[in-house]
Structure formats: structure tokens, C-alpha cells
Design a protein. Structure first.
Length: 146
């Protein structure tokens, strides 16, 4: 777990209220590497994040705000170098926006609570959804099942 117990007063696994805070606030409470990915749409290098090949059973949360994002039973080995999931834990846990960076058009995935950049979603995943949520490990916290 990355943020729980840190100096981030906005991190909560129970509060579902939307957070609309300026980046200047996030910059003060997030570690620089988390801030870079979450608030500046950075990307960690493939095959370097702690969860890209992790196989634990539990729930993945937003490392910025604690919002529940994915269950481990929706995770699959995509060989892309980032943790990949075929569905979110519930409707509204993430939001989407068009990303036209680098001369491509992709669907960016944002946390549904705090709006932080998590990664991108592609239409080349496994059944039942056919989707591949390709996420950055650094913006995920993992809580194992009891």
C-alpha cells in the first residue's frame, strides 16, 4: 500500500465524494513520482511497476485518493508490461477522456473520484468485455483479501 497512512488527508477507502482539488494541492501531498503519473499523465516504464505481473487476490485502489478501481479476478496477463484488467470494480469507478498525445487517439482512464490519470483502455482485451485497462502500477494500491 502506497498512500494509506501517509500525509495525504484526501486518501480514503470509504469516502466516495468527488474531489475537485487543484494540482497545487496534490503536489504537496503526493510523492513526486506518483504526482508525475497521476496529475501530469506520465507513464512508468513497461515491466517495472510492482503490479504488472502480480498475482495476489484482492482489490486495487487509486493510490491518490483510495477509490476502489479493480478486483484481482478481472486482472489478466496481457504481456504489455503494465497491470491489465478487463473490467472495473463498479460503474463510475473510472472516467474516460480522449487522449490525442503523441499523434495517437486513445481513451485515457481517470479515477472516478479524484480525476487522476491511471492509464488507457484498449479494445483488445479478453472476454467477457473485450477491454484492456492498461494501468500504471504507481497509481495503484493493492489490498489483499482476508
Amino acid at each position: 500500500m502506497q498512500q494509506q497512512g501517509s500525509s495525504n488527508p484526501y486518501y480514503s477507502r470509504t469516502d466516495s465524494a468527488k474531489l475537485d482539488l487543484p494540482d497545487s494541492v496534490w503536489k504537496k501531498v503526493l510523492p513526486p513520482d506518483v504526482y508525475d503519473v497521476a496529475r501530469r499523465a506520465g507513464t512508468e516504464r513497461a515491466f517495472t511497476g510492482r503490479y504488472w505481473d502480480y498475482e495476489g487476490t484482492g482489490t486495487y485502489y487509486c493510490a491518490v485518493c483510495g477509490n476502489a478501481l479493480f478486483r484481482s479476478d478481472a486482472k489478466f496477463a496481457s504481456s504489455c508490461g503494465w497491470p491489465s484488467f478487463f473490467e472495473t470494480v463498479r460503474p463510475g469507478s473510472v472516467e474516460y477522456r480522449i487522449d490525442r498525445a503523441y499523434g495517437m487517439e486513445r481513451s485515457e482512464v481517470l479515477c472516478g473520484r479524484c480525476g487522476s490519470h491511471l492509464g488507457h483502455v484498449f479494445e483488445d482485451g479478453p472476454p467477457p468485455t473485450g477491454r484492456r485497462f492498461c494501468m500504471n502500477s504507481i497509481v495503484l494500491d493493492f489490498e489483499p483479501d482476508e
